[in-house]
Design a protein around this ligand. Structure first.
Ligand code: K7E
Ligand code: CUA
Length: 651
């Protein structure tokens, strides 16, 4: 305890020293800086080589950057409402944010993965997850839109997240163990009674659709990160655990008591077979499954009931624990699938396990006790090697596909390159400051594109012009094509760039949609020509079937609306040209604008509160006469008998 506390304080001290800033700020000058500038310079009109997708952390969104330029291309709203795009505000996408707790307007997006086929990035979808209200999501990379969100029941702080190498499964692991199923109980009785479920979500290979296959009810540890096996180790999932102490208070001390926590090795193929043979228990659960329909572009939220749970201690061969020093954080599998890197965040060394040794130890039953009925593998038997004195506070590792690994060190603020063949450190470069994850395009697959590395830093301090008490987090781009890493660029990011994934632009840019075809628009309230635009009243509900085209709305004058009505503007953008969205805003509406893509339809609910004549207008500068793109709605008293009428140019 005392020894541990002194180790902890040393680390804390080191951390404080780092955050107070060193004077070596990595600023480059002279010939080198000119050279670095050239390597990130993408001339006006030219395109970047990679798409980089960055988690927005507590922004709940995902942002898209071009690499190497660091230019921001787009923000894709996922778990948080986004007033810019109307996501989570318009009637079509509100259901995307529905949960068993009702409408949740915000989420905490942590990790993401691009879908894979045979262990290589295929560029079809991005899968991601949320740490607060446990959910996973799918983003379609033809439209760059969130198309599906699935709530994970019976879980908390869904945090470890990964996809298998053919995108068969997503794994969503709990960060906070909780009673399973949830119930009212004393927190002090946590130990042995709380659980840490790992949820396996099956992905449909054609549609990408997600459904919960089974939930593995693990002991009440915290699960931080997970990565899948690949090649020979395909069929396994590796997940770090900390708090194997099962502490429930003063976690910074109490969950750091054990010299070793674990990496759990989960053989999902064995569990899959067990389930296929009728194994498992159904548990009551109530969770939302939200899907954006491909043809109508309208989301529906369905409440699902019940999940299949399995108790891994009853399934021989399903789960083994590899002792991993000092509260492991990252757990990364190299492109060959042989090396599993465990980063004990309080450890002085990096632990690398060998998959083939693990299999041998399992066959020889080389066990060292058990955890709740599941075997602990002998540490020395599964150890591949150790990287000695690599740095302080190791977190995450990625790979370049050339036999090298790159690990981030939070406390010593650096990226360290080391060799998988002899565990020797090759190079180290500072980060500014306190790096969390790093990302190499494809660095979490069988086929990395080992040209760049991006470090995602938790603390920015003096890297940019000050912007009040908070600075945007910083990403840093390194060239890793040579023996030594070279820092090329800093760029600010949105929210917390918790993790990222990048892919050669050539894999997805040709598939990126330019428009939605109007003749394929199956939205139930779409109107496809001005002649069909109209206003219909059903009691207090008024439906306005409206179109937009450069540079007017049809209709643009509406009368006969009354105070207390629910006015639904169903607005269709008739344009069939790339990059010509129109916007729609209504004075006094308690919601965001609509931003309607060419060929699409979106709906705003407006509840007029006062009599008068109220303007509506286009928010997105669409033509030289954008400013003229507007209309009026006359609102009369609730008991008025002004007839419902609508017109464009008096017709
Ligand atoms: Cu990605 Cu622990 Cu959230 Cu590391 S995990 S920074
Ligand atoms: Cu349409 Cu501006």
């Amino acid at each position: 305890m005392n020894k541990l506390n002194s180790i902890l304080s040393t680390f804390l001290l080191a951390m404080i020293m780092v955050s107070c800033g060193s004077d070596q700020t990595g600023k480059q000058s002279g010939a080198l800086s000119g050279n670095a500038a050239e390597r990130v310079y993408v001339a006006p009109g030219d395109h970047d080589e990679f798409y980089g997708f960055f988690s927005g952390g507590f922004s709940g969104q995902l942002s898209v950057y071009g690499l190497p330029s660091g230019r921001m291309l787009k923000v894709i709203p996922v778990f948080s409402q986004d007033a810019e795009k109307g996501y989570g505000y318009n009637e079509e996408t509100k259901p995307m944010l529905n949960t068993s707790y009702g409408f949740v307007p915000w989420g905490d997006l942590h990790h993401l993965d691009i879908s894979q086929t045979n262990g290589e990035l295929d560029g079809r979808w991005i899968f991601t997850h949320e740490n607060n209200t446990p959910r996973v999501a799918r983003i379609d990379l033809t439209t760059f839109e969130t198309v599906e969100i699935l709530e994970i029941p019976n879980s908390a702080g869904n945090h470890s997240f990964a996809i298998t190498e053919n995108t068969e499964y997503l794994i969503a692991g709990t960060r906070f163990s909780v009673p399973s199923p949830q119930k009212d109980m004393s927190i002090e009785e946590m130990k042995g009674n709380f659980k840490g479920p790992l949820t396996f979500v099956k992905v449909d290979q054609e549609s990408g659709g997600m459904e919960i296959a089974f939930q593995v009810i693990m002991p009440g540890f915290s699960f931080d990160l997970a990565h899948p096996g690949r090649n020979a180790s395909h069929g396994w999932m590796f997940a770090t655990t900390y708090n194997s102490e099962e502490a429930n208070t003063l976690m910074e001390v109490n969950s750091s008591q054990n010299d070793k926590d674990f990496i759990a090795a989960i053989n999902w193929k064995v569990i899959e077979e067990y389930v296929a043979n009728g194994g498992g228990t159904r548990m009551t659960a109530n969770y939302a499954h939200n899907v954006l329909d491909h043809d109508t572009h309208v989301a529906t939220s369905t409440m699902k009931q019940g999940i299949l749970t399995v108790n891994p201690s009853e399934i021989p061969g399903a789960v083994f624990f590899m002792p991993t020093p000092k509260s492991p954080h990252g757990c990364d599998v190299d492109p060959t699938g042989e090396y599993i890197v465990g980063s004990g965040k309080l450890a002085a060394e990096l632990t690398v396990f060998s998959y083939s040794k693990m299999i041998k130890a399992i066959e020889e039953k080389n066990f060292d006790g058990e955890v709740y009925g599941m075997p602990i593998l002998n540490y020395d038997a599964v150890l591949g090697g150790v990287v000695r004195e690599p740095g302080l506070g190791p977190l995450h590792t990625e790979f370049d596909g050339k036999g090298n690994a790159y690990t981030t060190f939070f406390i010593s603020s650096e990226v360290v390159k080391w060799s998988l063949s002899d565990y020797q450190v090759i190079d180290r470069k500072p980060t500014y400051y306190s790096v969390g994850h790093l990302m190499i395009p494809g660095g979490n697959s069988r086929k990395p594109f080992g040209k760049y590395l991006v470090a995602m830093n938790k603390i920015t301090k003096d890297r940019y012009l000050p912007t009040g008490p908070e600075m945007n987090h910083s990403a840093q781009l390194y060239d890793i094509s040579g023996d030594k890493m070279e820092l090329l660029l800093d760029f600010p990011t949105i929210g917390e760039p918790h993790y990222a994934a990048a892919i050669p632009a050539s894999i997805i840019k040709e598939n990126s949609k330019k428009i939605f075809r109007l003749d394929e628009n199956a939205h139930p309230h779409a109107v496809k020509r001005e002649a069909d635009t109209r206003v219909e009243r059903k009691g207090n509900d008024v439906h306005v079937y409206m179109t937009m085209v450069r540079s007017h709305f049809s209709p643009d004058n509406i009368e006969g609306i009354k105070v207390g009505d629910n006015v639904y503007f169903h607005v269709t953008n008739l344009e069939q040209d790339f990059d010509v969205p129109h916007g729609f805003a209504m004075l006094g509406a308690n919601t965001a604008e609509l931003l309607v893509m060419p060929g699409g339809t979106k709906t705003m609910l407006w509840q007029p509160k006062r009599e008068g004549v109220w303007p509506l207008y286009c928010t997105d500068f669409c033509s030289a006469l954008h400013q003229e793109m507007q209309g009026y709605v006359r609102v009369s008293p609730a008991n008025s008998n002004v007839a419902l009428s609508w017109s464009l140019d008096g017709d």
